[in-house]
Ligand binder design. Structure first.
Ligand code: MN
Length: 291
């Protein structure tokens, strides 16, 4: 079955990841179905791009994340299928395969722009439309070479944005870095779990990723002790989900809070957020042209 490789790589007694027991019948043809992007800080930071098809999530690891700029082609390594339940997963993988922090960075619906997804995958050219919080409009996944789709062959593809009203010279990973599930960053996700988990043995030591882990663990521990120091309030209200500012909120950097504000209203009032997302790439493009 399609999830064999997924299950073989993981020990579910040690990982909080879903085992994928529940089967799901996915829509066929040009019908919208689930997609997500999980930002995954493991041995290296990458973005896992997943499209629901035939009861599983087809998956590609995109090291630099998706780009809204049609002139930028992002490498996407085809990886093992994931269970559909995985699409809502966010949390900490303490050890083993993929050890690190998973953030649900974007989710929504994708619609194939072709009638036969199977044939498109075999051919190595899948065109589709995304309707997520951050990613929208028309995209394509193109295999770079070789003919292998399942097993063997070259696993490298390119993820490219098509030119449309949702394209623009915006670094979306930087502009909207937070979770669409918890609105948190990696440190907040870790602080909700167990920041002590990697005190001795980190998923990455040294290098850029090692430094990221060190900073994130330190901030998560700070948030945790800040919360433990007070009583009678839930961690949610302290994280500033209400309108009152809080100590915990103050530990979040100014920049990340600014972005959080732009991300949040999107789920609460889709109209204003849509207008904003829509106008930003265009406005910037216009500014650039005017120079
Ligand atoms: Mn991953």
């Amino acid at each position: 079955m399609a999830l064999d490789e997924y299950k073989r790589k993981r020990d579910f007694s040690k990982s909080p990841e879903p085992e994928g027991a529940r089967a799901r019948k996915s829509p066929a043809g040009r019908t919208p179905r689930f997609f997500c992007v999980q930002k995954h800080l493991a041995s290296h930071l990458h973005y896992d791009f997943r499209l629901e098809h035939n009861g599983v999530l087809l998956s590609w690891a995109v090291p630099k994340g998706p780009s809204l700029d049609p002139s930028i082609k992002r490498l996407a390594m085809h990886v093992e299928d994931h269970p559909v339940e995985y699409g809502e997963f966010e949390g900490v993988i303490p050890s083993g395969y993929g050890a690190g922090i998973v953030m649900l960075w974007d989710k929504g619906l994708w619609t194939p722009e072709v009638d036969d997804v199977e044939a498109a995958l075999k051919k190595g050219d899948l065109k589709f439309t995304l309707d997520g919080y951050k990613l929208k409009g028309s995209w394509v996944l193109v295999r770079t070479k070789g003919s292998g789709w399942s097993g063997g062959g070259d696993r490298s593809w390119l993820l490219i944005k098509h030119r449309d009203e949702w394209a623009g010279p915006v670094d979306i990973a930087e502009f909207a870095p937070l979770s669409v599930k918890s609105q948190g960053d990696f440190a907040e996700i870790l602080s909700e779990d167990n920041p002590d988990v990697w005190r001795s043995n980190r998923p990455a030591k040294g290098g850029e990723t090692g430094v990221m882990f060190e900073k994130i663990i330190a901030r998560a521990l700070e948030m945790r002790s800040g919360r433990a120091g007070r009583s009678g309030r839930s961690s949610r209200s302290e994280r500033g989900e209400g309108s009152e500012p809080s100590d915990a909120q103050a530990t979040v950097s100014r920049a990340s809070r600014a972005t959080k504000r732009t991300q949040k209203p999107r789920q609460q009032s889709s109209t204003s957020r849509t207008t904003r997302a829509r106008s930003t790439p265009r406005k910037r493009a216009a500014t650039r042209k005017g120079r």
